[in-house]
Ligand binder design. Structure first.
Ligand code: F6P
Length: 319
């Protein structure tokens, strides 16, 4: 192994820059030449590949986003696009690739491995929805952003004695809603993995008001439905003054937390070590604070499941 490349793909996540830095610097430590691919698989197909030295990744560990840019690339879903990507990698004499992203990114990585190109994945997505790893890069920063926003919403909710519905990201996964809801004492948490009954949620809300609660926070993962519709329903059924906030892409930006920077640094170095050891078709994962490489297939064998004991706990604590 002499030359490796790194790219970021799919939705960005705080900590991706720290992961790129770790790939580049540990690659150099192991006497490899490291290249950066701009705009994910789209840039790979176009051969938008550039050498990165130690200095190229200086002053980025603390920055959100990804300096390599990210993109979703329909052309890469076709075999012709995948073959073009491998041709570009070979043209640059690159013999190993690290991809940082979510499940779509890893399915792309598997196609490259099928075509004989060694690829290792690093889970980077705020959703924390990758099976096989306890955490993904960006999740900790996102939930800290969410709880800061909810703290602010609580101030005004309390002054006006209102009910607030807060919609958070998580296309198919409830981790952001669950963790931030537990951290912020939300009255109800709606996540796609647990079927919810509007009547029950409303009954719970009314019980809270009867025992003297002056305001409430209902946290909704976007995978469940639109916060606006849920807010309208609450207003109709209870008559409570209700407001809705959709946090949106605010959750994807910002300085990565210490936890995300450390996770990204460890995962970046581990990805390079796996490539050097001749591994491919694997994803770096963290389980019980240990870094391991697991087969992509094994990672996707089952769906990601949030920790439902936390869901129950949130219900117990927010009576
Ligand atoms: O997968 C990360 C994520 O932020 C999801 O939570 C969200 O549904 C989606 O990306 C938004 O994608 P886009 O940036 O394309 O709007």
């Amino acid at each position: 192994l002499k030359r490796i490349a790194v790219l970021t793909s799919g939705g960005d996540a705080p900590g991706m820059n720290a992961a790129i830095r770790a790939v580049v610097r540990s690659g150099i430590y192991y006497n490899l030449e490291v290249f950066g691919v701009y705009r994910g698989y789209a840039g790979l197909i176009q051969g938008d590949i550039t050498p990165l030295n130690e200095g190229a990744v200086g002053d980025i560990i603390h920055r959100g986003g990804t300096f390599l840019y990210s993109a979703r690339c329909p052309e890469f879903l076709e075999e012709a696009g995948q073959r073009k990507a491998v041709t570009e990698l070979r043209k640059h004499q690159i013999d190993g690739l690290v991809v940082i992203g979510g499940d779509g990114t890893f399915r792309g990585a598997q196609r490259l491995t099928d075509l004989g190109f060694p690829t290792i994945g690093i889970p980077g997505t705020i959703d924390n929805d990758i099976p096989g790893t306890d955490f993904t890069i960006g999740f900790d920063t996102a939930i800290n952003t969410v709880i800061e926003a909810i703290d602010r919403i609580r101030d005004t909710a309390s002054s006006h004695e209102r009910t607030y519905v807060v919609e958070v990201m998580g296309r198919d996964a409830g981790d952001i809603a669950l963790w931030s809801g537990l951290a912020d004492g939300a009255e109800s948490i709606l996540i796609p993995e647990v079927s919810f009954r509007m009547e029950e949620m409303i009954a719970r809300l009314k019980r809270g008001y009867e025992r003297g609660k002056k305001h409430s926070i209902i946290l909704v993962a976007e995978g469940v439905g639109r916060g606006m519709e849920i807010g309208d329903r609450i207003k109709e059924e209870t008559g409570f003054e209700t407001r809705v906030t959709v946090l949106g892409h605010v959750q994807r930006g910002g300085k990565p937390t210490a936890l995300d920077r450390v996770l990204a640094s460890r995962m970046g170095a581990k990805a390079v070590e796996l490539l050097i050891a001749g591994e491919h078709d694997k994803m770096v994962a963290i389980r019980n604070n240990e870094l391991i490489g697991i087969d992509f297939d094994q990672a996707f064998e089952q769906d990601h499941q949030p920790d439902l004991s936390m869901y129950e706990l949130a219900g117990i604590l927010s009576i």
